[in-house]
Design a protein around this ligand. Sequence first.
Ligand code: AMP
Ligand code: ZN
Ligand code: FE
Ligand code: FE
Length: 285
Amino acid sequence: MRIDLHTHSTASDGTDTPAELVRKAAAAGLDAVALTDHDTTRGHAEALSALPAGLTLVTGAELSCRLDGISMHMLAYLFDPAEPAFLAERELVRDDRVPRAQGMIARLNELGVPITWEQVARIAGDGSVGRPHIASALVELGVVPTVNDAFTPQWLADGGRAHMPKHETDPFEALRLVRNAGGVAVFAHPAASKRGRTVPESAIAELAVAGLDGIEVDHMDHDPDTRARLRGLAKELGLLTTGSSDYHGSRKTCVLGEFLTDPEVYGEITRRATGAFPVPGAGGA
Ligand code: AMP
Ligand code: ZN
Ligand code: FE
Ligand code: FE
């Protein structure tokens, strides 16, 4: 079985609509794919309605968190999307992205870049607006050659000239919210150091005690040594290990299924979850 547990659609900062994403996932030979847009489940309905036969959808989200000033991402799977407390927190984090993006645009204007909210809003559509959308606008304006080139101290990297923080959830609170909604929590790309500071192993140990289910190990932002270290840590702490593409369509270079999750780990995630079931495609639209 080929299982990819971390992808983004136009419901956040991916470039494929949820329907396109599930079609491409099936075409890529995946058996199961998780749709994990930043701070929202809004892409799920469309993905479900377009789900091809032979592909199973794992509903999820990637929640923006912050621990001791360090941004980190928590993948949540198979939670009840209507559970009020977690729903309210996702809405809070998602909605705060708008004034924050407007603040970053104002900073860019001060730096002489003629970027506008209208341009960024057009690129983001109805997706959770984020730095990758602003980065795409900077590419359109010819300020940087690629989206990745916008993630530098000069522009949008953490602490960069035009960077502004957004509301991010305390990860211990996130664990309570996810588990209370029947979901399973996996710390996304915990050692992706090129994105900024990462949390220490001691914090991962504390999160494990607080109910974290697993860590994402096989990810494009982890080199082989890092993966080996994380696998050892997971074993020590009794955590599951996952793998994924963190696919963002054409906004990133990774391809669907680039990294995969072990079927046994996937089975364990589905057994632990009580908020939702994976949905096998019946071959609709
Ligand atoms: P935001 O949630 O608006 O702060 O944007 C974070 C997103 O930007 C992440 O989910 C990544 O998709 C992307 N990102 C963060 N750091 C980098 C980087 N160094 N290079 C490329 N993309 C990045
Ligand atoms: Zn993203
Ligand atoms: Fe992430
Ligand atoms: Fe992601």
